[in-house]
Design a binder for this molecule. Structure first.
Ligand SMILES: [Zn+2]
Length: 318
């Protein structure tokens, strides 16, 4: 048994996973819950542990589902810029490029549209387990779409002699700074009138940031000889060689806090996508879906929810 366990650990540690680190994905789903209107909040907060724990399920599925990996990224440099002629609709894209070709270069903005539709349907049908699973998954894919290195083929600096930059940007920086230093407060969730356009805009923003991600790593590395770039520090209870804190600080400042901003934007985007699915499903009463029929405080939730929607509509008019 021990041998099998050790083998699994080896396989997991030797297969690279490129996506926001586990820490950040859990954080995104957790924080997004608190941007929801009260009627959603009461349901999502009840299941917040599930949303956190399953925020990384799509990465785990990569080991067993061959088609899973493509759902986490898109090599936009394969198509442009400009991207005007790139079909925003998945069916049209398959007609033009074939599914195999699309899979080879990543499908995250198209896959997000599928996930959004599925979540909306799950809300409409009030399928509690499905709502939670799809909300956790959507939070993951939408988080990934905010990572610049998920929007280009040079995803780990392999073409520019910057191997390791992926984990540096999306794992090392959030793990060191997010909890104590970063400001992750954002306005509450927005309705997305055109989710497809929103998802595409997200990956275009990510692609536009790639040059900065790479050039600032080069600049920071030039300032730090290898002996200062790395240091032995504790991580998850294990002391290991990692990027040094001065190097991480220099890189973060060089990018003008980009990782912090993208993390904050991810949280807001995930809450907005969940909220939009719920609104488009006709605002089903989620308090009735809470296990054990717990309807504690339902009337106050209804009142808070009306206030939330009224204020949100006023904000939109301003
Ligand atoms: Zn991922």
């Amino acid at each position: 048994m021990k041998t099998i366990f050790a083998l699994c650990c080896m396989l997991l540690s030797s297969s690279p996973i490129y996506s926001w680190g586990f820490y950040a994905h859990r954080l995104i789903n957790f924080q997004a819950v608190f941007l929801l209107p009260p009627e959603m909040l009461v349901f999502f907060k009840h299941h917040i542990r599930y949303l956190q724990d399953h925020a990384v399920d799509p990465d785990r599925r990569r080991y067993i589902l061959p088609q899973e990996a493509a759902r986490h990224y898109i090599d936009l440099d394969h198509y442009g810029p400009p991207y005007d002629s790139l079909p925003r609709n998945f069916r049209k894209a398959q007609t033009r490029y074939t599914l195999d070709s699309l899979q080879a270069h990543g499908i995250v903005p198209w896959w997000l549209q599928v996930m959004q539709q599925r979540l909306t349907k799950a809300f409409r049908e009030k399928q509690t387990a499905l709502i939670l699973r799809l909300a956790a998954d959507l939070g993951h894919y939408l988080g990934d779409a905010h990572v610049p290195l998920h929007a280009c083929s040079n995803y780990d600096g392999q073409f520019t002699n910057q191997r390791g930059i992926h984990a540096l940007w999306e794992s090392a920086l959030p793990e060191l700074f997010a909890e104590e230093e970063w400001i992750l407060l954002t306005p509450r969730a927005n309705y997305l009138p055109d989710p497809s356009a929103f998802f595409w805009n997200t990956v275009f923003e990510s692609a536009a940031a790639v040059d900065t991600v790479l050039s600032e790593e080069r600049a920071a590395s030039a300032l730090f000889p290898q002996s200062f770039k790395y240091a032995y520090r504790e991580r998850n209870g294990v002391t290991a060689r990692q990027f040094s804190i001065p190097f991480l600080t220099a890189y973060h400042r060089g990018m003008n806090d980009m990782t912090e901003r993208r993390l904050r934007t991810s949280i807001h985007a995930v809450a907005s996508a969940w909220y939009t699915a719920w609104l488009n499903a006709g605002q089903p009463d989620l308090s009735a879906l809470i296990e054990n029929g717990d309807s504690t405080g339902r009337s106050s939730v209804e009142w808070l929810n009306k206030e939330w929607i009224r204020e949100a509509s006023q904000e939109r008019k301003q």
